[in-house]
Design a protein around this ligand. Structure first.
Ligand SMILES: [Zn+2]
Ligand SMILES: [Zn+2]
Length: 126
């Protein structure tokens, strides 16, 4: 069924497609508009493509990748990103400018976790 390949293949903002946020195992997806809006703003100041390495995760997939049990990825509030040709510290400074409420700095794996949790501003490093 060729048409199943098109599932979630929908342009949802100037630089993102819904499929980029879908769970890799089941293609289910949840995405908060505020997360998308902030990622668009980040993309605008970066002037480089943002690669979403993990968006929505179903609970099974979240367990598989060792995510925390109450992960914001499981409710569509978080995305992990990689950006080429920019070091992670510089990328962090840009993300701080957009003021995501949750920012995780993953030095060894070279990515940032960004989320729009409705609670307290949280920062961590791994
Ligand atoms: Zn899944
Ligand atoms: Zn994450």
């Amino acid at each position: 069924m060729q048409m199943l390949n098109q599932i979630n293949d929908i342009i949802i903002s100037p630089h993102f497609n819904l499929s980029e946020f879908a769970c890799p195992c089941c293609k289910k997806v949840m995405l908060h508009p505020l997360l998308l809006e902030k990622l668009e703003r980040l993309k605008k100041i970066l002037e480089r493509p943002i690669h979403i390495t993990s968006g929505y995760r179903c609970f099974a997939y979240n367990r598989k990748v060792g995510g925390v049990a109450n992960s914001y990825h499981c409710i569509g509030l978080a995305a992990d990103i990689k950006v080429k040709d920019i070091n992670l510290i510089e990328l962090l400074a840009y993300a701080e400018e957009i003021d995501f409420t949750g920012i995780g700095f993953y030095e060894k794996k070279n990515f940032l976790h960004l989320d729009v949790r409705p609670t307290q501003r949280t920062r961590w490093k791994e």
